[in-house]
Design a protein around this ligand. Structure first.
Ligand code: SF4
Length: 347
């Protein structure tokens, strides 16, 4: 895999792979920690910066490896301060990431695929279809590169895999990227408590995810009956609501953790009093909290956002049944940056 003609992007490598390469070159394994610390914690762009490495090692790694950044095609800033990054990948495809300012920190919403095959009816990403999976390095680089871009004292603390693509459909690369994003000595050192993966409900991967990572889980539910969810989210025809809830019930949750259920409220489709009551019943077996997201209207969809009173009534029913149910307003609406509805106008 590692050859001298084509340099390997170091961001694509695990620490173990780097250690194996170093060992083959008769270089001590601890050098891997030094190199990766420079790449991730000190944001180095070249091996020349790695002054504690020694000239001989630096010139050797330089022959085989590069440290790549994503090419920033465009950055748009919303009225509310959200920033949408449009990255051009080496094969000419585009992806988006959205940096969302909170009171005292930033949250970053990142993509896992170019396009998406899931075809959710409310989602702009789905209209372009699926193009390809992102590599591990392309997922990590969204975090690494944007982290470097932040100039004010507010820190980037939270990562959500909620942008373009279904993360569980790119399981191996997503889990590999999470490993690096959360690794303290060989990565970006984010706390697993502050990384959230959002899925449309690829049931067979949920057991694996609970076993392989410690990140938070969010499930995009959006309906309480199969006949509605079949239309809104075609994945439901394969893995219906009952199977999804059962997989959530047995999900390997950390103590005191809960699964977040996202529910996009769409006028006349899933916003009735009966829906709210059914939702409360459905989630009873799961340790859960609910994010209610009024639909973010866009020109490619006929769906509408419910009236404010309907949104409040829906929330009240859930709160009455002792759920934590929060109404989440989309950020960056004026730059089409609402997570899960990402798609650059320029693509
Ligand atoms: S909502 Fe998520 S899973 Fe559904 S089509 Fe959009 S990006 Fe894909």
């Amino acid at each position: 895999m590692i050859n001298q003609q084509v340099k390997t992007n170091l961001i694509e490598l695990t620490k173990d792979e780097l250690v194996i390469w170093l060992t083959e070159k008769r270089i001590q394994a601890y050098r891997a920690d030094q190199i990766l610390k420079w790449v991730y914690l000190k944001q180095a762009d070249s091996f020349e910066e790695m002054t504690d490495l020694g000239l001989a090692i630096r010139s050797l790694v330089l022959q085989y490896f590069s440290i790549n950044r994503l090419e920033k095609e465009k950055i748009e800033t919303s009225r509310d301060g959200s920033k949408k990054y449009l990255f051009r990948l080496t094969d000419g495809n585009f992806i988006e990431s959205v940096l969302i300012p909170e009171k005292d920190r930033y949250t970053l919403c990142i993509s896992s695929q170019v396009g998406c095959a899931q075809g959710c009816k409310f989602c702009l990403t789905s209209t372009g279809g699926f193009v390809r999976n992102l590599t591990k390095g392309e997922i990590i680089s969204q975090v690494r590169d944007i982290q470097k871009d932040i100039e004010d004292p507010k820190r980037l603390t939270n990562i959500v895999l909620m942008g373009m693509g279904e993360p569980l459909a790119n399981y191996k690369n997503v889990v590999g990227a999470i490993e690096t994003i959360t690794s303290g000595n060989a990565g970006l050192a984010f706390s697993t408590r502050r990384v959230t993966l959002s899925t449309a409900g690829l049931v067979p991967f949920l057991d694996d995810l609970g076993r392989d990572t410690m990140v938070n889980l969010a499930v995009s539910l959006n309906a309480t009956e199969n006949k509605t969810r079949d239309i809104l989210m075609p994945i439901n025809r394969k893995y219906p609501i009952e199977d999804l809830i059962e997989a959530c019930r047995r999900y390997n949750l950390k103590p005191r953790n809960r699964i977040t259920f996202e529910y996009i409220l769409i006028k006349g489709i899933n916003d009735s009093v009966d829906d709210a009551k059914r939702l409360a019943g459905l989630l009873r077996p799961v340790k859960s909290k609910i994010n209610l997201i009024p639909f973010n209207e866009h020109e490619k969809s006929e769906f509408k956002r419910p009236e404010e009173a309907v949104i409040r009534a829906f929330q009240d029913i859930l709160v009455d049944k002792n759920y934590t149910a929060v109404i989440r307003r989309s950020k960056g609406e004026d730059i089409s940056a609402a997570c899960g509805q990402l798609r650059a106008r320029s693509i």
